[in-house]
Structures are given as structure tokens and as C-alpha cells.
Design a protein around this ligand. Structure first.
Ligand code: G3P
Ligand code: MG
Length: 240
């Protein structure tokens, strides 16, 4: 009896390579690329005419600033230290660094025109020659993703879940998403089969433990987000 080789899974550097550099900074993204990640993921918030790479709604945990991001002007955000002397980058700065070397997962983290601003930005890069399918736009806020889809339908979508809603794969299929991005604690064979039957790829966040990475690959997930891309690459399988 022959055994089908396990398909390679996609390795997505989480917030760049958060295990090695300050999250959501250019250094973190550059580190993920240098380590060999297939894709990088980062979080984006819209404020004061810019798209900022920032996970939290407040500045305190990751910068030397204080309080809500939206309480600061773009000028004052530019002056903050996001760790190790890194700035809080904007989406164009991140894309200019990446230069199409890896796929780019933009996670929408605010709902105040973020979808429209990201769509306008990515439209410019696609017009400059970036393939639309080198982007994946995701969000926990599915209506924001729906809005994005109306504006730039050629860019694939990732439906993010932090739990498992009753009609979880149905919702993603209705949205026209290409991937379901789900927390590792909820993954089981039934969910993977359900996603695959609907033509959806299943990506799992945030996986840093080598045994867990290996188990997920054995289960047949299609990709993982990791703070340590090199650990995921070690079990990802050969490039196709
Ligand atoms: O997109 C995967 C993961 O980044 C979602 O959770 O909170 O790290 O943005 P979070
Ligand atoms: Mg994220």
C-alpha cells in the first residue's frame, strides 16, 4: 500500500516574526522573510488618513506611547518607538519593504473606513503589477470584509474566527472567502473536512509549539500562523 505524501502547508509569519522582533514592525516583517516564511501577516488600523500596523487599540503594550491610538495625530504616532527603535509602519511602507517577495495577509483591525482605505491602497499596488492573489485580506469583523469585497473583489478574503459559530463554514462560503483562519484550540478533523468540502483552505493561528505544528500538518491543515516561522518551516514539507 502506498501512502499519499502530506501536502506542504503554508507558513505565515505572525505579525512579521513576532518571536524574534517587535511585532508589526518593518524589522519583524523583514525577519520573517529572511527566515523563509511563505507569507507575512500583520494587523492594520485606519486613523488620521493612514493605515498603521498595530494590533492593540491602545499604544501601551507595544510602544512608548500611552492611550488609544485614535487619540493621537499621525505626526505624534510617527515619533513613537515600537520597540528597539522601530517605528509604527504604515501599510505602504510595509508593502514597499516586501516588494512581492512573499504573500501579504492584511488583517483589518479597525472598522472606521479601514476596508475602504486598504482597498484603495491595494488597488494602487495591483495597478503597479502586484498579483491580486499575493494578498489575503482577513478580519474577525465579517461585515468589514464584505465591504472590502465590494470594493476590490479580486483580492482573496480570509474569514477569521476566534470561536466556532454554528454555521461557521457556511458564513465563510457566503462571504466568498478563500480561507478560514481559526484558533488552534478549535481545530479538529471534522472542521478540516467541512472546510475542504466547501473548497476553503484552513489556516490556524498562532502555533509556536513544534509538536502542535506537526500534529496540525498530519491533520491536513493548509497553513499556520507562527511567531517563529522557522519552526513551522521545519515541519511544512518540501516546497512544491
Ligand atoms: O490572523 C491571525 C491572527 O493574527 C489573528 O489574531 O489577535 O493575533 O490578530 P491576532
Ligand atoms: Mg493578526
Amino acid at each position: 500500500m502506498t501512502t499519499e505524501p502530506l501536502p506542504r502547508f503554508t507558513v505565515i509569519g505572525h505579525r512579521g516574526a513576532r518571536g524574534h522582533a517587535p511585532e508589526n514592525t518593518l524589522l519583524s516583517i523583514d525577519t520573517a522573510i529572511r527566515l523563509g516564511a511563505d507569507w507575512v501577516e500583520f494587523d492594520v488600523q485606519h486613523h488620521d488618513g493612514e493605515l498603521w500596523l498595530m494590533h492593540d487599540l491602545t499604544l501601551d503594550r507595544t510602544t512608548n506611547g500611552r492611550g488609544p491610538l485614535h487619540a493621537h495625530s499621525a505626526d505624534s504616532l510617527r515619533r513613537l518607538d515600537a520597540g528597539g527603535g522601530e517605528i509604527i509602519p504604515t501599510l505602504p511602507e510595509a508593502l514597499d519593504l516586501i516588494e512581492q517577495r512573499v504573500g501579504v495577509n492584511v488583517e483589518l483591525k479597525s472598522w472606521n473606513g479601514c476596508a475602504a482605505a486598504v482597498a484603495a491602497c491595494l488597488r494602487d499596488y495591483i495597478a503597479d503589477g502586484w498579483p491580486a492573489d499575493r494578498f489575503l485580506v482577513s478580519s474577525f469583523h465579517l461585515p468589514e470584509l464584505w465591504e472590502f469585497k465590494q470594493l476590490l473583489p479580486e483580492v482573496p478574503l480570509g474569514a477569521l474566527y476566534c470561536g466556532v459559530p454554528l454555521d461557521w463554514a457556511g458564513l465563510a462560503a457566503e462571504l466568498g472567502a478563500q480561507t478560514l483562519n481559526i484558533s488552534g484550540e478549535f481545530v479538529d478533523a471534522r472542521l478540516i473536512a467541512d472546510a475542504h468540502e466547501r473548497g476553503l483552505r484552513l489556516y490556524v493561528y498562532t502555533v509556536n509549539d513544534e509538536a502542535e505544528l506537526w500534529a496540525l500538518r498530519q491533520m491536513g491543515v493548509d497553513g499556520v500562523f507562527s511567531d517563529y516561522p522557522e519552526r513551522a518551516l521545519a515541519v511544512a514539507g518540501p516546497a512544491t
